[in-house]
Design a protein around this ligand. Structure first.
Ligand code: PH2
Ligand code: MG
Ligand code: MG
Length: 165
């Protein structure tokens, strides 16, 4: 069984409903959702003149390999209603693979661990809640230590307790 850490997020429409749909679809189609963080409201990173996001971290166990998982999450994004426009633009739902076991992938469409996760409170804050001791396979620090070292000043505040699936 593989362990995948996913970060889901969105900043358009009914943000809570979209995250809930993503968790339901992940548990129906991808694997067992073992842990869910609270929902965090986070300032948009990158293109800042956008609505705030809701982000949530998930620990999922799955028999899928990483590339199959990637194709499955992209398919779920389309089902939930994502239309891809500009990079880092506002979106209904984004489902990113942050970690996959302790594996490292450096393929054109699949970079795992997510190459910018250590710079972003919107990733580290939810993950520190569910997997503080998870070791980054390249940086050799756990998530708690990455958050302590992170200099991102954008806020990530608890918005809602997670809805268990
Ligand atoms: N995703 C991005 C770019 N900026 N900002 C926040 N707060 N949350 C996100 O999920 C996010 C972002 C690209 O995927
Ligand atoms: Mg993303
Ligand atoms: Mg993405």
């Amino acid at each position: 069984m593989n362990k995948a850490i996913l970060l889901i997020g969105g900043n358009l429409g009914d943000r809570t409903a979209h995250l809930q749909q993503a968790v339901e679809q992940i548990s129906a189609k991808i694997g067992n959702v073992e842990k869910t963080s609270a929902l965090y409201e986070t300032a948009a990173w990158g293109h800042v003149e956008q609505p705030d996001y809701l982000n949530q971290g998930l620990l999922v166990t799955t028999t899928m390999d990483a590339e199959t998982l990637l194709h499955s999450v992209l398919e779920l994004e389309r089902q939930i209603g994502r239309v891809r426009q500009e990079k880092w633009g506002a979106r209904v739902i984004d489902i990113d693979i942050i970690f996959f076991n302790n594996d490292v992938f450096n393929l054109p469409d699949l970079k795992v661990p997510h190459p910018r996760m250590q710079f972003r409170n919107f990733v580290l804050v939810p993950l520190a809640e569910i997997i503080p001791d998870w070791q980054h396979p390249i940086l050799h620090k756990n998530v708690r230590a990455l958050l302590e070292a992170c200099t991102d000043t954008l806020p990530a505040r608890k918005f809602k307790q997670s809805n268990e699936v």
